[in-house]
Design a binder for this molecule. Structure first.
Ligand SMILES: C[S@@+](CC[C@H](N)C(=O)[O-])C[C@H]1O[C@@H](n2cnc3c(N)ncnc32)[C@H](O)[C@@H]1O
Length: 210
């Protein structure tokens, strides 16, 4: 890759923060479903948190919310939101998920959120392994993933080229059924899954099983 993986997201951050949520109804359904799985004692991690909107919405429901993103510009905006909204249990940190430490035994997260990110990570399999290790036994992984592998658009030809040079992020062309299998194969039981009508997105809530 000619440009750093964070180049695109740092450049995009201010515009991303201003752009409205693509499908507000589907976003709300995902928030509500996620909330059903969160408890006031939970320690939660969100990776690839972007400008922190989702983390800040869920924060009042949990004990502690660690939200990370490898784009320093995204995290700068997330931290600006903390000036307007009191959320003492939220920390926003610049880090890739790959560099974020796995909690020591017995101190794993109760829930991990990975929203609109698994398709952007080259090695989603290693990510799922790390999510599994980072959760407490019985903890939940909430994900929403764009599954372009199910479509027949021309994007499959030019997106990889733009991704290879770093003008766009690399996008993996996952298929929803293959992703569900991948999640299960990495030690999870999928308790809920949903594909909003007319979108290539798989929303899944999976529980760590041992
Ligand atoms: C499509 S945006 C999604 C942001 C947010 N989760 C949302 O749903 O609006 C993807 C985000 O993931 C971040 N990202 C991509 N790869 C990452 C990685 N390996 N570790 C941490 N953050 C990453 C990008 O910087 C970007 O902010």
């Amino acid at each position: 890759m000619l440009l750093s993986p964070t180049f695109f997201w740092n450049k995009m951050a201010r515009g991303y923060a201003k752009s409205p949520v693509g499908n507000p109804a589907a976003y709300q359904v995902k928030l509500d479903k996620t909330a059903e799985y969160l408890r006031p004692t939970d320690h939660v991690l969100e990776f690839g948190c972007g400008t922190g909107t989702t983390a800040l919405i869920h924060a009042p429901r949990v004990a502690k919310m660690d939200a990370i993103d490898f784009s320093k510009e995204m995290i700068a905006i997330a931290r600006e939101k903390l000036w307007d909204q009191s959320a003492p249990n939220v920390s926003f940190e610049v880090s890739s998920f790959e560099d974020w430490p796995v909690p020591v035994e017995g101190q794993g997260y109760d829930a991990i959120l990975g929203m609109s990110i698994l398709h952007l990570i080259k090695d989603a399999e290693s990510t799922l392994d790390k999510v599994h290790k980072s959760l407490k036994p019985g903890g939940v992984f909430v994900s929403s993933t764009v599954c372009l592998g199910d479509g027949k658009g021309l994007g499959r030809y030019f997106l990889p080229v733009l991704g290879a040079i770093g003008v766009l992020p690399r996008i993996r062309f996952l298929k929803a059924t293959a992703l569900q299998k991948m999640i299960k194969d990495h030690g999870f039981e999928i308790e809920h899954h949903w594909q909003p009508d007319g979108t290539p997105t798989l929303f899944a809530i999976a529980r760590r099983v041992d």
